[in-house]
Design a protein around this ligand. Structure first.
Ligand code: LLP
Length: 430
């Protein structure tokens, strides 16, 4: 199986030790499942790796855009993680769950005045400032509210992480941050340290998502430490914090290799020590923002088959009761997934396109999946590794209610997000 939280008992698929068909029958489909133990294990893996590689004051921040709902923030608070937020909505959700604002980082390349006012007023710990206009607006707002706001400055290191275009963010021409290569980053820091209501703690960068290339973060460290040393030498200001963003990739297919994240982090720490030594720069406090690698493999989506269509000489379809509304990632990025039949195993297989119920041909969850030949209406299908960027990117296209999120534990299961009703769909219509 793809991951050690997926199994079979006889022909029945299990996830986190639970019979998924029984869950589908009890809670209905489409249904997002989340393995709470796996989320916690992934957090602890990061916390432990950070402690041993970067030392006690380092902190992994969960990038909550990957899956944002109140229970996720409660789990992150319990595990001692920080969180990365990108909107007033994520901040509000985190606060509603009791997450401490001082352990939040606020991102975004287009923060509005009201976002800034709200985040300052609730005491968000650190702003990652993306651009000059935001810098000035934040300085003004912090002054009005009578505080000195801690900030990191988002720097674009000019690194190509060789992942897919929609998530490449570290290149010089990115819409995010300010580029080192053009000299603008140095001017940005110089301007920021001169502003009276801001406390510039350090710099931030994020090069991309679903990163597998082994030396991407090391190359990023080279550029960032060189830049920090340049700032010290030329501006006489020491940047004490380095946030390297998120991006460690997750395995979606059995043919892909597993990534040893603690080993990667140890290599990054080693490179950081070397670079700091080379530039005689004090070791900064290190932060990172993993999203996908915390929650992706903790997720699975269950569907019920609506129809099986065979077009002789062409192709066959299995159509299910969800689709691009609960998982737009194949439609957007051509993302790959592993798909299992929940009740039938062994026997003759056939190749099907797994498609959704939306009224457009692009509504494909995954093309060319191998499923039992005798798959039929009423069967259940499981799509694996859907914990990241599925619920958080879901929509109501075609007025389809969003599925619930069911958390699975060793003792049982509980709903973290309830299923939307037809009435919910009209809740804002006047
Ligand atoms: N930090 C920053 C500033 C980010 O922009 C992101 C992701 C992360 C951290 C977390 O990256 P992760 O560890 O999850 O790779 N919707 C796309 C992914 C977009 C990622 C956006 N930024 C997808 O479904 O693949």
């Amino acid at each position: 199986m793809l991951s050690d939280n997926i199994g079979r008992e006889g022909s029945r698929l299990t996830f986190a030790g639970h019979d998924v068909t029984a869950l589908a029958e009890t809670y209905g489909t489409p249904l997002y499942l989340m393995d709470e133990g796996r989320i916690r294990r992934n957090c602890r893996m990061y916390l432990q790796a950070f402690r041993s590689s970067f030392g006690g004051d380092s902190l992994p921040l969960y990038a909550s855009k990957a899956a944002s709902f109140k229970q996720m923030y409660r789990i992150m608070a319990q595990e001692g993680m920080g969180v990365d937020t990108v909107s007033s909505g994520e901040i509000f959700t985190a606060l509603s769950a009791g997450f401490p604002p001082e352990r939040m980082v606020f991102h975004g390349n287009a923060k509005t005045d009201s976002d800034i006012r709200y985040a300052v007023s609730v005491g968000v710990g650190v702003f990652v400032v993306d651009n000059e206009e935001e810098l000035l607006a934040l300085n003004r707002e912090a002054g009005q509210q009578g505080i000195k706001q801690k900030v990191l400055l988002r720097i674009t290191p000019g690194i190509d992480p060789h992942t897919y275009d929609a998530v490449n963010t570290g290149m010089v021409d990115s819409k995010f941050g300010v580029a080192v290569e053009t000299g603008q980053a140095k001017a940005f820091v110089a301007q920021a340290i001169g502003l009276e209501n801001l406390l510039v703690r350090g710099v931030h960068c994020h090069v991309g998502s679903q990163v597998f290339e082994e030396d991407v973060f090391q190359r990023t460290v080279d550029i960032m430490v060189r830049f920090m040393a340049q700032i010290r030498d030329e501006l006489g200001y020491t940047l004490r914090e380095l946030n390297l963003g998120g991006g460690y990739g997750t395995r979606y297919l059995e043919s892909e290799k597993e990534q040893d994240i603690p080993a990667r982090i140890a290599e990054v720490a080693q490179r950081l020590r070397e670079q700091c030594e080379k530039h005689a720069f004090p070791l900064p406090r290190v932060l990172m923002e993993p999203g996908r690698s915390i929650v992706a493999d903790a997720g699975m989506t269950l569907y019920t088959v609506s129809s099986v269509k065979r077009i002789p000489g062409y192709k066959s379809y299995v159509a299910v009761d969800g689709g691009m509304t609960d998982n737009p990632r194949y439609a957007l990025y051509g993302s790959r997934y592993t798909v299992y039949h929940a009740e039938k195993d062994g026997g003759t297989e056939a190749v099907f396109d797994l498609v959704g119920r939306c009224c457009e041909s692009g509504d494909i969850i995954q093309p060319e999946v191998h499923l039992p030949e005798n798959t039929c209406r009423g069967d259940h299908i499981a799509v694996c590794t859907t914990g990241a960027y599925n619920y958080s990117m879901a929509s109501n296209y075609n007025r389809i209610p969003r599925p619930p999120v069911l958390m699975l534990t060793g003792e049982g299961e509980y709903l973290a997000v309830k299923r939307e009703s037809l009435e919910d769909l009209c809740a804002f219509d006047l």
